[in-house]
Design a protein around this ligand. Structure first.
Ligand SMILES: NC(=O)C[C@H](N)C(=O)O
Length: 329
């Protein structure tokens, strides 16, 4: 653990800030109801840090697609060599998906820290400036290098692979098993950054485009497979947010047996792995025997991104299975 207070900045550092929208860029809508992203938040002044800002798009994060994630990854690759740290501001609703996409796509090891806010700029409790300052100081800290894309929120630092949004309104909106890998605090204004875990090593994939279609289905008591056939017909791959350790109602077993599409099984619970424990029809052991691919600890929407990338690279089912099973997800 590195727990020595750091100076507010080290002279001559170069920070890139990539603004993409979200509540951190939002204000009340002058043309209609609610709040909408409008202008990028101001980057706090950091002495002797040269800041370059980029604004590839300004979107609420429910409008962000995998194509936007690839665009951000390509922008990061293009500026990584000339910057010491990179911050991405993003809406919180799909922030974990962009973070995980960057985890899968980036080759550069320049620190990348994503952040956002839960309150908009016209609210007294706006958390944007604090989160942005945290993210900038984390991105420029020497101990951050080599940890892959991170998420900074409410002072906690998360691994892109495990972070997830856990609350729809609270300022402490992020969590995820097994929790933060670091923390930023301040002592008399100086940042104190401590890491207490390293993320698992990353494998970087380099698709030219994310062309594959992957649909997510959500399991529930009494599901008899509604939606499965259409998804298996129209999509290149499927992810099921299954029950418990990766179990489904019995009706799903023949559907999974009969499709030639890769079917990845994640859990709809909020933590824990997929395991082939149960041997009743639809139990995890029977699904794996039928060809389903366990998503390990990935949630369904992160498993979808990995499957989309692997299908876009042209991998077949056996190769996809090897990535899901052998790589540290
Ligand atoms: N807090 C937020 O940023 C939520 C917003 N709906 C978004 O993700 O764009």
């Amino acid at each position: 653990m590195n727990d020595s207070p750091q100076p507010p900045s080290t002279p001559g550092l170069r920070l890139a800030v990539i603004h993409t929208g979200g509540t951190i860029a939002s204000r009340p809508n002058p043309h209609g109801p609610g709040v909408v992203p409008q202008s990028a938040p101001s980057v706090p002044g950091l002495p002797n840090v040269q800041v370059t800002e980029f604004q590839p798009f300004t979107l609420p994060s429910p409008h962000v697609t995998p194509a936007h994630m690839l665009q951000v990854a390509q922008l990061i690759e293009s500026v990584a060599g000339t910057h010491d740290g990179i911050v991405v501001t993003h809406g919180t609703d799909t922030l974990e998906e962009t973070a995980f996409a960057l985890h899968l796509l980036l080759r550069a090891d320049t620190p990348v820290v994503l952040t956002g806010s839960m309150r908009h700029a016209a609210e007294v409790s706006w958390d944007g400036p604090g989160n942005l300052l945290d993210a900038a100081q984390i991105a420029l800290h020497p101990a951050t290098r080599g940890r892959g894309p991170l998420v900074a929120f409410g002072g906690d630092i998360y691994d892109a692979r495990t972070v997830t949004k856990v609350h729809s309104t609270a300022v402490e909106a992020f969590g995820g098993y097994p929790g933060p890998i670091g923390r930023i605090d301040r002592v008399e204004g100086a940042p104190l950054i401590r890491f207490f875990a390293n993320p698992e090593p990353r494998v970087a994939f380099t698709p030219a485009a994310l062309t594959a279609r992957v649909d997510v289905l959500y399991a529930y008591a009494g599901w008899t497979g509604e939606g499965f056939e259409a998804a298996a017909r129209d999509a290149d791959g499927l992810v099921i947010a299954a029950l418990g350790t990766g179990n489904l109602p019995a009706e799903l077993l023949p559907l999974i047996q009969d499709t030639d599409r890769p079917v990845v099984i994640a859990t709809r619970t909020h933590a824990g792995p997929i395991l082939p424990v149960y041997g009743y029809a639809g139990g995890g052991a029977t699904l794996v025997q039928a060809g389903a691919i366990p998503a390990s600890f990935l949630n369904a929407h992160k498993a979808r991104l990995l499957l989309m990338i692997l299908l876009s690279l042209g991998l077949d089912r056996a190769a996809i299975r090897r990535v899901f099973v052998d790589d540290p997800f």
